[in-house]
Design a protein around this ligand. Sequence first.
Ligand code: NDP
Length: 240
Amino acid sequence: MSRTALVTGGTRGIGAAISIALKEAGYTVAANYAGNDEAAAKFTEETGIPTFKWSVADYDACAEGTKKVEAALGPIEVLVNNAGITRDAPFHKMTPQQWKEVIDTNLSGVFNMTHPVWPGMRERKFGRVITISSINGQKGQFGQVNYAASKAGDLGVTKSLAQEGARFGITANAICPGYIATDMVMAVPEKVREAIIAQIPTGRLGKPEEIARCVTFLASDDAEFINGSTITANGGQFFV
Ligand code: NDP
């Protein structure tokens, strides 16, 4: 019987690659998204993966959304917390709204999504919670006080969940991608992007599929003993 996996922000960028890789690995996959209906419809048309719209920043919507996914596809055994946003500004110009939006989505979103699926994982004595953090949560980044805080917070959540879930057969792990070629990075001005690439020893941006392969490994039975860990995938840019 195939396991059910839910990928937040699973219709574009890294999330889309994760949804597709999990499907190819035999999972029954649901992809959540926030508002871009056009991209979601195109994604389903191309992949056959059903999409479910709600914001991970809304606790009640997450409870309701996960129930809908489970009614349609069965208990969620693999949760991939991938949805994330940036609202960059140097600290002295960062507004409370920019701070709040990023924390609500990238950090509280992980709480909001994991909380409703956790009791079922405990009961069934199996679960995989995989959270996409970031290199910038590990090292900080100019103009990203909000984003770096949210992504560093995700690592703390992951390590704590790992300790609470271990005896129930649940693992919680994080992946810290470096710079990956998605809309998020392509939105950066070309000159800045070139400067970023110059700092990556591998000499190129990462591919969404390279992050997706880390996820399929962490989701697999082979990864049972890997718990509370962080996989860095950044082209040799930064080591932890
Ligand atoms: P994209 O901007 O390409 O895609 C983001 C996805 O998240 C979209 O599907 C979007 O939905 C969804 N999303 C955004 N906000 C919410 C929300 N509140 N609720 C539900 N879904 C939401 O991002 P990337 O693929 O680049 O990034 C994916 C993850 O990887 C993020 O967590 C990001 O921080 C992290 N990351 C990315 C790196 C990179 O270089 N790209 C580097 C390190 C980490 P919709 O289509 O509806 O807008």
